[in-house]
Write a new protein. Sequence first.
Length: 135
Amino acid sequence: MNVPSLSRQDIAVLREDTPGVSQLIHFNNAGTGLALKPVLDAVKQHLDLEAQLGGYEAAAANKPRMDTFYTSLAALIGCKPHSIAYIENATRAWDMAIYGIDFRQGDRIVTGRSECCNQVKMSLVLQSRYVTYGR
């Protein structure tokens, strides 16, 4: 398998587009990493639109732009847009997925050694109801 790598120029462009890297080395990416300029600009523009129109109206006005996310990501990873489930964070995605499973008494879930604390907490709730856990 050929894994593409970034050139020094690619890295320089990414660093220039990420304001925070000039001030620190950031390893705490559990919730989010340092924002890139295009992301900051989009968020600021949306907040300005919310201030002018209101939150729901701004979301409706930006819906066509948001819809392109699914088609763009589908093209990038080679799937259909309806196959993508974008959720606001990993904990919510895990909860939606795991609670969507019809567990029965005696079912077993195998986990890794380094699970997120929210996943462990939810796992304990499920364990008390239905399933056993193992590694």
